[in-house]
Design a binder for this molecule. Structure first.
Ligand SMILES: Nc1ncnc2c1ncn2[C@@H]1O[C@H](COP(=O)(O)OP(=O)(O)O)[C@@H](O)[C@H]1O
Ligand SMILES: [Mg+2]
Length: 223
């Protein structure tokens, strides 16, 4: 069975897909069979789900789409409401089976969560329950903007409460105007349990290869 990571973020739109794809390409460049998984996606454009397409493009093995993405909804709304509107109950056991199938085919499975860590998935469970069911170390993507310290520390608390290992975090520069960026990063380095895997600058043109160079996968304990 392959090894896996659960990629969460301080919010939606903070760079989870960007970082997940960079991790996949990094492991692929090391000769590992790497596959991305997006268990639940909500929000399509022209009938396509960007997160799923990007993760598939960054994976170096082909896997059944029903395993890569068991649940997909068109409206860009919270998954539990999108599911309710579609008359579906998101079942973590279904996601677990899909994960096991991917894990049996790959050395590395990168699982990108929906939204933030405590996003509701159904009437009772959240993204944290999913991460716990999969029993994966968590990587936190911090979208560097005003307010992110609180979001990052709250998420770290939730990761701690889940009992899962906090494998590391990535500082992603999503706001080119952010003041005292370095001081914010230093604050989080001091207060977060997980180690800093890399600082990604704001760059709309940045390609995957450049991000790959930034992320310190060695720190994750895999060579
Ligand atoms: N470091 C960055 N610099 C510039 N744009 C970025 C950066 N990181 C992410 N983005 C852009 O921000 C948007 C949200 O990123 P994405 O990885 O899809 O976030 P999430 O998966 O958390 O929703 C995308 O359009 C992405 O290209
Ligand atoms: Mg995403």
């Amino acid at each position: 069975m392959g090894r896996g990571y659960f990629v969460t973020g301080t919010d939606t739109g903070v760079g989870k897909t960007t970082v997940s794809c960079a991790l996949l390409r990094t492991f692929a460049a090391q000769g590992k069979k790497a596959v991305g998984m997006k268990p639940v996606v909500a929000g399509s454009e022209n009938g396509r789900w960007h997160d799923v397409e990007q993760l598939i493009a960054a994976s170096n093995i082909r896997a059944d789409r029903e395993y890569v993405n068991p649940y997909a909804f068109h409206p860009p709304i919270s998954p539990h409401i999108a599911a309710q509107q579609a008359g579906i109950d998101i079942d973590i056991a279904v996601i677990e089976r899909a994960y096991q199938a991917l894990s049996s085919q790959a050395d590395i499975v990168i699982v990108e969560g929906a939204g933030g860590f405590l996003v509701p998935l159904n009437a009772r469970q959240t993204g944290a329950d999913l991460a716990r069911a999969l029993n994966l170390p968590v990587i936190l993507v911090v979208g560097m903007r005003l307010g992110c310290l609180n979001h990052a520390l709250l998420t770290a608390q939730a990761i701690h409460a889940s009992g899962l290992p906090f494998a590391g975090w990535v500082a992603n520069g999503i706001d080119p105007q952010m003041l005292v960026l370095q001081e914010n990063i230093a604050t989080l380095e001091q207060r977060l349990e997980g180690s800093l895997l890399g600082v990604i600058p704001y760059d709309l043109e940045m390609n995957a290869q450049e991000i790959v160079k930034i992320l310190d996968v060695v720190t994750l304990g895999i060579q």
